[in-house]
Design a protein around this ligand. Structure first.
Ligand code: PEP
Ligand code: MG
Length: 592
C-alpha cells in the first residue's frame, strides 16, 4: 500500500523541519491575539460594575502571574524578571487609573478603555529616544493581552506548564515560546505558519524535536486530544489515524532509528572524498548545551554560534561577564577545534515580539544584525570585549552578520579596534591573531566579495538569508515557502562567485546555511569548492557519509551538468536522481 493510502484523507502536508516520527496526543496552543469584538457604551448606572469587572480582571492576572513566577523560580530562573516587570505595569497608574478614568468619563466598556490606555502609553514610548526602552512597549502590550484574555474568559497558556507527553499544535510559536518548551514532555510540534529556515524551525532542530511547520490549517483541523502521527521526514501529519496507519508508522519509526544509528556509528570519520579532498564539517549551535551533541555527531568545530539566545534569556541586555563565561566555556569545550562566534543578529524574525514586528513594515529589511549593533555601539562593544576575552581560552573566530558593503565592515572593525585598545589599556589578554570573517548573506556583499575579501580572514556564506534576499522570498512566509529553496540557478552562481573571490584573495570560505545539511546539495557544494560546511549537528553523520562516497571528479561533472540547467526544479530533479541512485535507502527513508 502506498504511504498516501496509509495516511488516508485526514493527512495534512507541511514543511518537515526535523526528521523522526512521533505518535501522540495533540495539545492545542492558542497564540492568536484577542480581538475586541465589542466596543460599547455603558449605561451610567452600570459604570461601577464595569470598573469592578476591570479590577477583578487585574486581580486575576496578578494572581496568575504571581503563581507563574513561583512555579518558574526553580525551572527558568533567568526569565522571572519578565514577570516582575509585568507585575509592575499592572500597578502603574498610567495603566490602571487611566483605564478606570476612561471607563467612567467616556462611559465605555473595560476592553475599549484598556485599548485606549495602551494607545496613550504607546505614544509616550514612541517619543523615547532610547531604542531599548522604547521597545519595552511590548511588555505593556503583553500585559494588556493577558487582561483582555481574562476579560474575555480565555486564559493564556504557558508552554512550560505542559505536564503530559504531547505534540504541540499552534498557529505559530515565537522563538521565546520554543525556549519555554519542556523537552521531556513535548514529543513534537506542528504549526500553521513558518518555513524550513524560520528561526522557530531552527530551534526545533537544535532541540531535536520532530516538527512540521507551514501546515496552514493544522489548528482548524486538529482538536485538542486528537491522536496525531507527525512524520518530520516527509512533512505528513495524520489526524486520528486508523490501526493500519499506526502500525505502518511504528514500523517506519523503528527502521528510521536503526538507520540513523548505523550512520552515527561512522560519524567520527573525517569527510574525505574517495579521491582525497577533505572538507571540514562543523556545526551551527544556538546554546552552549549543544556542544556535547556536536562532539557526539562528529562535528569538527562550531562553524556558527548564533549568539542571540543569551540576549533573550537574560534580563535586559546581558553583562559582559555573563557573555564571557558562556563564550569561554564553549571555546574550552571545543578546543582545539574552532568556534566561530557570530556577533548579535537580533531583529528580523528573531526575538522581536509580534507587535514590534508590526512597527517595522519590513523587519527582514530593517534594523537587524550589524545595523542594530552599529547603532548601539555600547551593546556591541560589550559583546566584542567578551568574545575577545574568550579568544585566549580556545580557538575563537569572530563573524559579523548581514554585512552589506565595505563601509559597514570598516565601521564594525573600527569599533573592534577601539575595544582592543581598551583591553590593552586594562592589560586584559586576548588573541591578537583572532581571525575575523563576515557572513555573506546579502546579494550586495556577493557583488563586492572581491573587495570584501581583502579585509577579512574568511567568508561564511549564509544561504538562509541569501536565498531570502536574492529571490525576494520571505524565509518565514509559508505562502512562498515552495519557492524558497537552495536549487535556484541564481543562488548556485552566486555561491560560485563568492568562492572565486575568496580564492583570488587566498581566504577560506565556509557555508553555514541550512543548505549545508541537505543531502541533495552535497554534489553542488563539493563541486563549487567550499572549504567547510557548517550545519545542524544531527545532519553531520549523513553529510560526512555522502562526502566520503562522492568523488570530487564526479561532483565537478555534476556541477557542469547543473550549470546547464536553468530552473530550480530541473536542478532539484537532477540531484534527486543522482543522490537517490547512489543512496536508494535515503529515498526510502524520506531523507531526500
Ligand atoms: C543564514 O542566513 O544562512 C545563517 C546561517 O544565519 P541565520 O539563519 O541565523 O540568519
Ligand atoms: Mg543569516
Amino acid at each position: 500500500m502506498s504511504e498516501d493510502a496509509v495516511a488516508g484523507e485526514k493527512a495534512l502536508k507541511g514543511i518537515p523541519v526535523y526528521p523522526g516520527i512521533v505518535i501522540g496526543k495533540a495539545h492545542l496552543v492558542d497564540r492568536s491575539k484577542v480581538k475586541i469584538l465589542y466596543q460599547y457604551l455603558v449605561n451610567p448606572e452600570h459604570l461601577n460594575g464595569e470598573v469592578e469587572r476591570f479590577e477583578e480582571a487585574l486581580r486575576v492576572v496578578e494572581k496568575e502571574m504571581g503563581s507563574l513566577k513561583n512555579g518558574m523560580a526553580e525551572k527558568v530562573n533567568d526569565l522571572s524578571f519578565i514577570l516582575d516587570s509585568h507585575l509592575m505595569i499592572l500597578k502603574d497608574s498610567m495603566f490602571r487609573d487611566s483605564t478606570i478614568r476612561t471607563i467612567q468619563d467616556e462611559k465605555i466598556n473595560a476592553e475599549w478603555a484598556l485599548k485606549k490606555s495602551l494607545e496613550k502609553i504607546r505614544k509616550v514610548f514612541d517619543q523615547i529616544d532610547d531604542e531599548y526602552i522604547s521597545n519595552r512597549i511590548s511588555d505593556v502590550e503583553n500585559v494588556t493581552e493577558r487582561i483582555l484574555r481574562t476579560l474575555s474568559g480565555k486564559a493564556q497558556q504557558s508552554l512550560s506548564e505542559i505536564d503530559r507527553r504531547v505534540i504541540i499544535v499552534a498557529h505559530d510559536l515565537s522563538p521565546a515560546d520554543t525556549t519555554e518548551l519542556n523537552i521531556g514532555r513535548v514529543m513534537g510540534f506542528i504549526t500553521d505558519v513558518g518555513g524550513r529556515t524560520s528561526h522557530t524551525a531552527i530551534v526545533a532542530q537544535a532541540l531535536e524535536i520532530p516538527a512540521v511547520v507551514g501546515l496552514e490549517s493544522a489548528t482548524d483541523v486538529v482538536a485538542d486530544g486528537d491522536l496525531l502521527i507527525v512524520d518530520g521526514s516527509t512533512g505528513v501529519v495524520v489526524v486520528n489515524p486508523d490501526d493500519s496507519a499506526i502500525i505502518y508508522y511504528q514500523e517506519k519509526k523503528l527502521q528510521l532509528e536503526d538507520y540513523r544509528s548505523s550512520i552515527a556509528r561512522q560519524s567520527h570519520l573525517p569527510a574525505v572524498t574517495p579521491d582525497g579532498q577533505r572538507i571540514t564539517i562543523m556545526a551551527n549551535i544556538e546554546f552552549l548545551e549543544e556542544v556535547a551533541a556536536v562532539r557526539n555527531y562528529g562535528g569538527e568545530g562550531i562553524g556558527l554560534y548564533r549568539t542571540e539566545f543569551l540576549y533573550l534569556r537574560s534580563k535586559g541586555f546581558p553583562e559582559e561577564e555573563e557573555l564571557f563565561e558562556d563564550y569561554r566555556e564553549i571555546a574550552e569545550l571545543m578546543a582545539p577545534e574552532p568556534v566561530n562566534i557570530r556577533t548579535l543578529d537580533i531583529g528580523g524574525d528573531k526575538f522581536v515580539s509580534e507587535l514590534e514586528i508590526t512597527k517595522e513594515m519590513n523587519p527582514a529589511l530593517g534594523l537587524r544584525a550589524i545595523r542594530f549593533c552599529l547603532k548601539q555601539p555600547e551593546i556591541f562593544k560589550t559583546q566584542l570585549r567578551a568574545i575577545l576575552r574568550a579568544s585566549v581560552h580556545g580557538h575563537v573566530r569572530l563573524i559579523f552578520p548581514m554585512i552589506s558593503g565595505l563601509q559597514e565592515l570598516l565601521d564594525a572593525k573600527d569599533i573592534m579596534a577601539q575595544v582592543k585598545t581598551d583591553l590593552d589599556r586594562d592589560h586584559i589578554p586576548y588573541d591578537e591573531k583572532m581571525e575575523v570573517g563576515i557572513m555573506v548573506e546579502i546579494p550586495s556583499a556577493v557583488v563586492m566579495a572581491e573587495v570584501l575579501a581583502r579585509h577579512v580572514d574568511f567568508f561564511s556564506i549564509g544561504t538562509n538569508d541569501l536565498i531570502q534576499y536574492l529571490l525576494a522570498i520571505d524565509r518565514v512566509n509559508e505562502h512562498v515557502a515552495h519557492m524558497y529553496q537552495p536549487f535556484d540557478p541564481a543562488l548556485i552562481r552566486m555561491i560560485g562567485q563568492v568562492v572565486a573571490a575568496a580564492r583570488n584573495e587566498g581566504i577560506r570560505v565556509n557555508l553555514c546555511g541550512e543548505m549545508a545539511g541537505d543531502p541533495l546539495c552535497v554534489p553542488i557544494l563539493l563541486g563549487l569548492g567550499l572549504d567547510a560546511l557548517s550545519m545542524n549537528a544531527r545532519s553531520i553523520p549523513l553529510i560526512k557519509k555522502i562526502v566520503r562516497t562522492t568523488p570530487m571528479s564526479q561532483a565537478r561533472d555534476d556541477l557542469k551538468e547543473i550549470m546547464g540547467l536553468h530552473t530550480a526544479h530541473a536542478v532539484q530533479q537532477y540531484l534527486f536522481e543522482r543522490t537517490g541512485g547512489m543512496f536508494p535507502e535515503l529515498r526510502e527513508k524520506g531523507y531526500l
